[in-house]
Design a protein around this ligand. Structure first.
Ligand code: NDP
Length: 239
């Protein structure tokens, strides 16, 4: 196996599954983590370790990385993709919902970066790609806590990039607009969900998961000496 190991969080659906398929087709061995391990296994990718991990559990995430590294060598790429979007208004949203978003979208992303950074720095090579959102650059109605978590992803990613750039490690933000996935389905307010679907109709549809996967692969496959710091992509008709 000549290509190095890449870890993808949240590969059981949507964007993460598309990234896994694309990077696997390029010959990378993969560690895929999510809670629905059967969905990871159903991708049926070669040279692939599928682990049932809730990535808010740092020790379980670390153990999965150690298992994959024993098979395929050191992690060269970490795609911090797992995320949850629970839309609502702060006045009546359940505090457990913003806790869940910050635990996953922000704290688990920090933990993942910490788990791989020291060995990457020691090897003077490695790439971390964090999936943020256009909601990490501008605000939208009913998105306050989600936008807060994704603004944090933008800030953390750029700040860590500065921290580790001298060690030749790349840290990259990919910020998609609306993508057709399961993401919206977890929001509890049916009126907010209907409004979001109507907004997508007006703009003629959202991106497909593979549109984001192609972008991730493009950033990753640049020579190690080239760091694409941020890519923002959206359906052309998204305002
Ligand atoms: P999906 O809901 O389809 O995928 C989310 C993934 O995260 C699933 O694989 C899910 O797996 C995983 N996940 C959720 N909670 C956990 C957890 N505790 N531990 C491990 N994995 C977890 O949504 P998308 O593919 O759209 O989302 C991927 C990323 O893209 C997210 O960060 C999202 O914020 C971002 N994004 C999405 C956009 C969109 O419009 N869809 C736009 C911009 C950014 P499982 O449930 O099996 O654990």
């Amino acid at each position: 196996m000549s290509k190095p190991l890449i870890v993808i969080t949240g590969a059981s659906s949507g964007i993460g599954a598309a990234i896994a398929q694309r990077l696997s087709a390029q010959g990378h061995p993969l560690l895929l983590v999510a809670r629905r391990v059967e969905r990871l296994q159903a991708l049926a990718l070669p040279h692939c370790v599928c682990e049932q991990v809730d990535i808010t559990d740092r020790s379980a995430f670390d153990a999965a990385i150690a298992k994959a590294e024993a098979l395929y060598g050191p992690v060269d790429g970490l795609i911090n993709n797992a995320g949850v979007m629970l839309l609502g208004q702060i006045e009546d949203q359940q505090p457990s919902e913003w806790q869940q978003m910050f635990d996953l979208n922000v704290v688990a992303l920090l933990n993942g970066m910490q788990a791989v950074l020291a060995p990457m720095k020691a090897r003077n090579s490695g790439t971390i790609i964090n999936i943020s959102s256009i909601a990490g650059r501008k605000t939208f109605a009913d998105h306050a806590a989600y936008c807060g978590s994704k603004f944090a992803v933008h800030a953390i990613t750029e700040n860590v990039r500065e921290e580790v750039s001298a060690s030749n490690v790349r840290v990259i933000t990919i910020a998609p607009g609306a993508v057709e996935t399961e993401l919206l389905s977890h929001t509890t307010s049916s009126s907010i969900k209907e409004g979001y679907e109507a907004w997508k109709q007006v703009m003629g549809g959202a991106l497909a998961p593979d549109d984001v996967a192609r972008t991730v692969a493009f950033a990753y496959e640049q020579p190690q000496g080239v760091c694409i710091r941020e890519i923002v992509l959206a359906a052309t008709k998204q305002a």
